[in-house]
Ligand binder design. Sequence first.
Ligand code: PEP
Length: 256
Amino acid sequence: MKSRKPLVAGNWKMNGDVVANEHLFTTLRSALERTSTSRIDIVVCPPFPYLGQAIAWLSDTGIAVGGQNVAAADQGAFTGEVSAGMLADLGCRWAIVGHSERRTLFGETDEVVAAKTHTALAQGIGVIVCVGESLEERERGLTEAVLARQVDAFAAALAGPGRERVVVAYEPVWAIGTGRSASNDMAQQAHRFIRDRLALQDSEAAEQVRILYGGSVKPSNAIGLFSMPDIDGGLIGGASLVADDFLNICRAAAAA
Ligand code: PEP
């Protein structure tokens, strides 16, 4: 039995609408009334316009709500950005930071990811910081070098206030939305590398930090992945939009 409490987070990306969301929330609520999920933490991350709807539906269920992104700055002239303080004000407890789509499509650098991490923690928000190599980087044998660079950029957060709110998500880019998950052993190896790298900053905090796997997690592969010694749950994209799949993935995390 692992000492770290598993966490499953659903990243809806730019999907959903008021009616479809209501259906998903209703199913999640009624399933939770029948299943004990106290063994795990569950987070749902809808697009910004639906955060209020999610909080209204889920605040009494134990499911936390998070943003898919957060600004590096606290406030001011940053059109289109959403601050960590605003997320906290609304009742959000988490933000995803440095998702590979933010890094590749919106140019987020390691420095930006680190700044967002520190700002969110300072505002009381928990962070799910994403790292992971591209297919080309893996094929060129650069996986560990890429992970080391990405982890080192935010590792100081493990030594500062709010460090218990730091969660890392290992998401190999080639596995995101492709249906092609990393094997259990491949994922475990990367997770161990990330934990060892974080230990260079603070060995005690590194043993306690939750490291999630993300990339084509489905009910059928969740239990195998989550049973690996350094995998503490998952960051779920596509399957988080299908209530039964998401719930079965949560159950796998509770059973692992
Ligand atoms: C993600 O977007 O973080 C993700 C892991 O997506 P998927 O589960 O669809 O691969």
